[in-house]
Ligand binder design. Sequence first.
Ligand code: MN
Length: 395
Amino acid sequence: MAHDSARVIIFDTTLRDGEQAPGFTMDVPDKVTMARALDGLGVDIIEAGFPIASPADADAVSQISRDVRRPVIAALARCRTQDVEEAARALAPADRKRIHTFIATSDLHLARKLRITREACLEAAVSAVRLARQFTDDVEFSAEDATRSDPDFLCRVIEAVVREGCRTVNLPDTVGYGTPDETRSFFEDIRARVPNADRTVFSAHCHDDLGLAVANTLAAIQGGVRQVECTINGIGERAGNASVEEIVMALRVRSDRLPYTTGIDTTALYEASQLLTRLTNEPVQANKAIVGRNAFAHEAGIHQDGVLKDPTTYEIMRPQDVGQPVARLVLGRHSGRHAVQQRCDALGLAITAAELEQVYHAVISLGEHRKAIGDGDLRRMVDRVRTDPACKMAG
Ligand code: MN
């Protein structure tokens, strides 16, 4: 279908896989607020919940289906009649709806968790897709634990669900076990072996247990995947999912190596990330790529001097490209004169070269005791130097 295109479909599961993680629970109004932000961000598909799991999940899917009209709204369902019917009911108000049905295909999950045979698994998958197709043309099938499944069996299941009209086949690395080269060849092999592979879009769903979720997702795209499942801030089960902001910016910044596009408005990434932290009361780590508060902060003097002369010396993208306010030159004990001068200029404090020298030493000195030096500190230092030029400001 879309395999030869360079456009990658962004399937956001912040409200399903993300919300499932401990501490990230959101109530229905919060989910609707987040869904509106995801719409503004330009995601193609919002997975809004798992309706059979709870009445609140079903309610969230219904409300989002009513309120958010541009993206496709997806709901999750096990390969069971009741699940699929409940998903269809919750999605009823949506203009564009997707039923996403899943079953594990690895022998480990079949034997230990589901306690069914491969044949029963295949039968359940085919029946669920057939039933889902009665409610919508847009059906996705996920083979849970796909990366640890027997490839021959996995290919049989995929061929069968595609024959039933399944438009998207998602092969999750449910436990975050894959490596990038393995992930790429996994998708290349599956696509080459499934006879009707060209009639469906392949999708990757990578977890971050080894910190490889984004790398694996990019490798999957190189292996022919044209839908990626991801979350804001990378939230999700255990160590989380691949983060939408990292995938999108990797494709954009490294379009020379990864010539693929998305429909995301990158300038809305930071605000979407911030909104999620407010709704869940879970901050992102300071050094988180793209959206962390240090992602565009520079403290070391050599770096600050470079960024002031030309930001591209230490920045591969501009903060405004992702909606971060501005590059932050943090004043601290690693700062240089150039950054102190620049901050004074920005504050309207016209200082002489002699004053700069004194203020600079005061910054270094105070920085020994403090993590960062604020604008108020800097104003006080300048005031002190001016009122008592002979002072030794020990901080
Ligand atoms: Mn998952």
